[in-house]
Design a protein around this ligand. Structure first.
Ligand code: NAP
Length: 190
C-alpha cells in the first residue's frame, strides 16, 4: 500500500501553532486555494491523522463524509460512533484499517499530520505533496500570544530534500484577497 502525505509549511518549516494554555491548535495562515487543494486530494480517499489534528479541525471539515478518517490515539478507550471516522491505536493498526478500507488500492491513503504523525510515517511515505507558503513565521514576525508554541517540521523537510525524490511543481499561486501569501505546491515522489 503506497502512502501519500500532504503538508503545508512556511519557508522556515512552521506547520501550526499550539497555545499551551488553552490547548488550542491552529494553522497560522488563511489560504483558501490551499484548502481547496486539500479538499480535492482528500475527497473519496482515506486520511490518517493524529488526535490533536483531528480535534483542531473546524466542523465544516466533517460535512464531506466521502473521506474516511483514521484518527491515531494512544487512548485505548476511545471509539467512534461515526460511519466515516475510525480509531487507530498504533501505526500498524491504522495501516490495517486503511488497507481494509482501500478496496484493493482504488482509494488513496493520505497521511495528513500533524508533526508526530508525519514523523511516525516518514519511512513509509511514497509521495509528499507540499504547499510551500512563501513567508517566515517566528516569535518576532508573528503576533504570538503568551504560551504559543510554533510547531516546526524542519527535520521532515530536510529528510524530503535529502532523499533525491522526483520533484514536480504542481501549481503556483499569488497572494490575493483569499490567499494571504504566495505559495507553490510541489510533489516529491520516490
Ligand atoms: N500545516 C499542515 O499541513 C498541518 C497538517 C496537520 C496538522 N497541522 C498542525 O499540526 C499541529 C498538531 O501536530 P502534533 O504533532 O501536535 O499532533 P498530531 O500529530 O496531530 O497528533 C498527536 C497525537 O497522535 C497520537 N499518536 C501519536 N503517535 C501515536 C502512535 N504511535 N500510536 C497511537 N497514537 C499516536 C497521540 O494521541 P493521544 O494524545 O490521543 O494519545 C498524540 O497526542 C496542529 O497545530 C495542527 O494545526 C498542520
Amino acid at each position: 500500500m503506497q502512502l501519500i502525505s500532504i503538508l503545508a509549511t512556511t519557508n522556515n518549516g512552521i506547520i501550526g501553532i499550539n497555545n499551551k494554555e488553552k490547548h488550542q491548535y491552529t494553522i497560522p495562515w488563511k489560504i483558501s486555494s490551499d484548502m481547496k487543494h486539500f479538499k480535492s486530494i482528500s475527497e473519496n480517499n482515506i486520511l490518517i491523522m493524529g488526535s490533536t489534528t483531528y480535534e483542531s479541525l473546524p466542523a465544516i471539515f466533517f460535512k464531506d463524509t466521502s473521506r474516511k478518517i483514521i484518527v491515531l490515539t494512544g487512548n485505548r478507550y476511545r471509539t467512534s460512533d461515526k460511519k466515516n471516522i475510525f480509531i487507530g491505536h498504533s501505526k500498524d493498526h491504522a495501516m490495517k484499517i486503511a488497507y481494509n478500507l482501500s478496496y484493493n488500492n482504488t482509494k488513496k491513503v493520505i497521511i495528513c499530520g500533524g508533526k508526530e504523525i508525519y514523523e511516525l510515517f516518514l519511512p513509509n511515505i511514497h509521495q509528499w505533496i507540499v504547499s510551500h507558503i512563501n513567508t517566515t513565521i517566528n516569535s518576532h514576525t508573528h503576533d504570538l500570544r503568551a504560551n504559543d508554541e510554533l510547531i516546526n517540521v524542519k527535520n521532515i523537510l530536510s529528510h524530503i530534500k535529502n532523499n533525491s525524490l522526483k520533484i514536480t511543481k504542481i501549481k503556483s499561486y499569488k497572494a490575493n484577497k483569499q490567499n494571504e501569501y504566495d505559495f507553490d505546491i510541489i510533489s516529491y515522489e520516490l
